[in-house]
Design a binder for this molecule. Structure first.
Ligand SMILES: [Zn+2]
Length: 82
């Protein structure tokens, strides 16, 4: 499956309903998203869903973030056994 790492960058206006115990850095991870979905989103502006379940509308901010550990684990599992 063609996957691409995509940075998640929250627009200022977006609120994040997730409640977690970290300091918010989770919002600065790069998530794995199906490449087809990224292309589709670029055209339609619709949100994408990361492997970890994160949903957001990507933009093209070139900043580099560390890869989301949940996405990474899911992706590796997929590559192992399918
Ligand atoms: Zn993720």
């Amino acid at each position: 499956m063609a996957m691409e790492i995509l940075n998640k960058v929250l627009p200022d206006s977006e609120t994040e309903p997730d409640v977690s115990h970290d300091d918010g850095d989770r919002e600065r991870f790069a998530h794995y998203v199906q490449k087809d979905k990224i292309t589709e989103s670029a055209v339609t502006g619709s949100p994408v869903i990361a492997l970890c379940g994160k949903v957001w509308v990507p933009n093209r901010d070139p900043k580099r973030f560390p890869v989301c550990p949940e996405c990474k684990q899911t992706y590796e599992d997929m590559m192992k056994g399918g």
